[in-house]
Design a protein around this ligand. Sequence first.
Ligand code: MG
Length: 240
Amino acid sequence: MEPDACLPRAASVMSTTPAERDVLVLLDIDGTLLTTDGAGREAFAVAIRAVFGWEDDLEWVSFAGATDLGLLHRICRRHGWRPTRLEVAMFFERMERELAARLTRRRVRVLPGARRFLAGLRRRSDVAVALLTGNSRGGARIKLERAALDLDVRRGAFGDELANRARLARMALRREGGLRRWRAVWVVGDTPADVAAAKAIGARSLAVATGHHPIAELCGTGATLAVDRLSDVADLAFLE
Ligand SMILES: [Mg+2]
């Protein structure tokens, strides 16, 4: 199937050395590679109750495109509280424990084409992959392990490090040597926030409509490319 491309950019022919042709792909997790059937929100709510004592089902807050630290700050603001560093640390420790307990293999669903897409990236010696996710590093590890997706959680930037996704993208790119180190940098994600983060760091964006945002909305964000599912681009032709 042909992907629904929006604002397509013509691929340019490279006449550079192999090192300059390297591509960096920064990958989101939730809504892009997998879904967790609400286990993340449950873990958040239980940890909020355990650490701060607030009964809150968190149904009022959208998790899509947010970072875990950003969510925590938002929840605390709503309850009129400024968390201490210790409380933040306690929250993440508890939230990850609750997530591990709740996230059975049955609750994790790998999204269409995600395995094939990742396998394709792995086969490409000119492509490097790092994570750019709103999940805490521990949360990312738990989700990827349960989904049996082989991605390195030592590489990338994570939602317990910074609250702002665009700044998180900058951190991930800095850790990978910066924009000029790469022939092309792609951010792959399922929300307008992923596309905005890509723009903020001068990267291209592949938006995939397997999360909560339909393809028409993602196209409207000015994504370099938007597709219904990763299986539409599993041949990785867009990287050329
Ligand atoms: Mg996402």
